[in-house]
Design a protein around this ligand. Sequence first.
Ligand code: NI
Length: 177
Amino acid sequence: MSDTDLLPILLVPDARLRAKARPVGPGDAEAVRALAPRMLATMYKAPGIGLAAPQIGELLRLVVIDLQPEDQPQPYVMVNPEIVAASTGLAAREEGCLSLPNQYAEVTRPAEVKVRWQDLDGSRREMQADGLLATCIQHEIDHLNGVLFVDHISALKRNMLLRKLAKELKGRQRDGE
Ligand code: NI
C-alpha cells in the first residue's frame, strides 16, 4: 500500500463528523471493498487503532480496527456493525481520536459488548469483546452516529479540550503544516 492510497482524515469541527452514516447496501459492495484497505493503511500510518468511514468523509456504516497485539496485524473490517448486548459493568479508559489529534480524556463505557457485523464478503459475524477492543468498537460505532468521545465527558472538560484542540490546529495552520 503506497502513500498515495492514504486518505485525509477529517478534523473537528468538520460537520461530516457529526452526521449519521447510512447502512452499507449491496450496491456499495465494490466501493467498500476498495475503501477498506485504504482506511486500514490510513489508520496504520496515522498511527491509530480504529477509523470510521465518516472520518474520511464517507458517510457509510463501515469501521476498521486493529489493536496490533504484539505488533502483529490483526485487522477487523466491520460493515454495518451493531452493538447487540452490553454489560452492566463499566470500564474507564483513556481515549483519543484521529479527528481530535493529541487530545485525550478518560471515558466510561460498558466493559463488555457483543457486536454483530458483516465482513467484506457479506458474511455475518459476531464477537464478544472486552478490554481495549470493547472500548475501541464502541468508540468507532459512535462515529457512525455522529458521536465523538468528548460527548461522553463533562461539558467543562469537553470545552477545555476543544479549546486546546482549536488552538493547536490554529498553530499548525500558522506553521504551514
Ligand atoms: Ni475516533
